[in-house]
Design a protein around this ligand. Structure first.
Ligand code: BES
Ligand code: MN
Ligand code: MN
Length: 459
């Protein structure tokens, strides 16, 4: 191992020398609209898998596209020496749809604007994926004795429905000492954080039909049932729209409160209400108290109303009684909540309060409890400090990544997080972006991480 190539200066030089190649690779990937939610993009998803495989091969790595019952995933690797330890890096190559009207340029054109890279998928999660890959190239160039494997999924943004089945089929190729995921956000620029937990997610749709077609509200109104009003009434019984409190009996029963130590870490993480509001351009909040916000986003479950479908939405008013309506909801789940128990409570509640409402369940994700001690967690801490000159806080994450718990369960190794995205990069938002400071520093952080973990004795 050539330690001279692993100093901060040498890695900064590596990043600068590879900036052009990094931008070219990220451009290729961002310009493929690999929207997993939309069947019309199936061919693009496939093209993205091929582009990812080509990326590994262009830089001296190997890669294969592995088929599942849904979208494939990519297995790439730099080194496969049975005498060495192996680290597997997880990222996802699928992206959210990008039809928000606020985009200032075509979302699948990669725009380089000084140090900012714009385009759907630039930060979630193609930018961090390519960053980790270049960090691995830097480590390999310095002769770090480690097998570095990559697992790039193409169904993350739809809840990873075929990931467990696929991984189970190919698990023998993924024998690994630890897994590192780069798909999370910092507190703010200069303040890295790594999650010690993720929330789970369970979606469901409520539908109600009370007639066959639109009816004149002067002719039947007053006597006819109104499905839109009934669903609104039901939802307001389920949760308080102002405070967010869920009123379903037992909903919070299995929630594990954050420990004193965790809360102390959150309180000193550098989080401020003002920056949070600015980063996300929020106009108001349910609480202004910083720790209150973190407890709600990281430590508590939610019930969210995402969409109400039904009735007339054109100009003016059409005074009809609508025949049917639908409400789309999800719950974010925290440890130790259970998807089945939660859904069972919701279904019983709906049945009791409006037996005609039909509940349709979506694929769910379990909450995840992470690891904050041991050599692999220490290596994460060290990598951030080394590359960005700032200590990271072990926090939790309000979002969900379906593959995380699945990888621990099937591969039997622990998952750690080395995320690089910032709140203002705008996960899922219009004008999503990533930047060179995070990418260049991220390459150094990954290279350092690989160096450190290559020295951990195999268990
Ligand atoms: N990268 C995010 C997960 C995430 C979100 C991490 C916020 C940290 C903070 C991931 O791509 C994502 O968006 N997950 C979805 C999963 C869902 C669509 C099944 C999520 O959390 O909504
Ligand atoms: Mn992501
Ligand atoms: Mn996402």
């Amino acid at each position: 191992m050539n330690l001279d190539l692993l100093t901060r200066e040498a890695l900064a030089a590596f990043a600068a020398d590879h900036r052009e190649a990094f931008e070219a690779e990220l451009r290729l990937l961002v310009e493929i609209p690999s929207v997993s939610a939309d069947p019309a993009h199936a061919a693009d998803v496939r093209r993205c898998a091929e582009a990812a495989r080509n990326l590994f091969e262009r830089h001296g790595g190997q890669a294969e596209i592995l088929e599942t019952d849904g979208n494939p995933f990519i297995h790439g690797w730099l080194g496969d020496d049975p005498g060495l330890s192996t680290i597997t890096v997880y990222n996802h190559m699928d992206v959210q749809p990008a039809n928000e009207p606020e985009w200032t340029a075509e979302p699948f054109n990669f725009v380089v604007d000084g140090d900012t890279y714009r385009g759907r998928g630039s930060t979630d999660d193609k930018g961090p994926a390519v960053t980790a890959f270049f960090g691995a190239l830097a480590a390999k160039k310095a002769g770090v004795p480690l097998n570095i494997h990559f697992l790039w999924e193409l169904e993350e943004e739809i809840g990873s429905p075929n990931f467990a089945g696929g991984l189970d089929k190919y698990k023998d190729r993924f024998k690994t000492d630890a897994i590192v995921v780069s798909d999370t956000v910092w507190i703010t620029r200069g303040k890295p954080s790594t999650p010690a937990g993720l929330r789970g997610l369970k979606g469901f749709i409520l539908t109600l039909e009370t007639a066959d077609h639109d009816l004149h509200s002067g002719v039947v109104g007053g006597a006819a049932r109104n499905p839109l009003a009934e669903l609104i009434e039901l939802v307001s019984k389920m949760m308080d729209g102002n405070t967010g409190k869920v009123k379903i009996p037992g909903f919070y029963k299995e929630v594990v409160k954050p420990s004193k130590k965790e809360l102390a870490g959150w309180a000193t993480s550098g989080f401020t209400t003002e920056t949070f509001m600015k980063d996300h351009m929020l106009k108001g909040l349910r609480t202004m108290e910083p720790l209150g916000i973190l407890k709600r986003v990281w430590g508590r479950p939610t019930m969210e109303v995402h969409g109400v479908v039904g009735g007339y939405t054109g100009p003016g008013i059409k005074s009809a009684v609508p025949p049917r309506a639908e409400v789309k909801l999800t719950c974010r789940l925290v440890p130790d909540m259970d998807e089945l128990k939660t859904m069972d409570r919701i279904k019983r509640f709906v049945k009791k309060h409006n037996p005609d409402v039909v509940v349709h369940e979506e694929h769910g994700l379990a909450p995840f409890k992470g690891h904050v001690t041991g050599p692999y967690a220490e290596a994460i801490r060290d990598a951030y400090q080394f590359a960005f000159g700032a200590a990271c806080t072990f926090t939790r994450e309000g979002g969900s990544i379906g593959a995380v718990k699945t990888m621990e369960d099937i591969l039997g190794s622990q998952v750690f997080f080395l995320g690089l995205s910032l709140p203002e990069h705008g996960y899922h938002a219009p004008n999503e972006n990533y930047d060179w400071e995070q990418a260049g520093g991220g390459m150094a952080a990954f290279a350092r991480y690989f160096q450190t973990v290559s020295g951990i004795k195999k268990q």
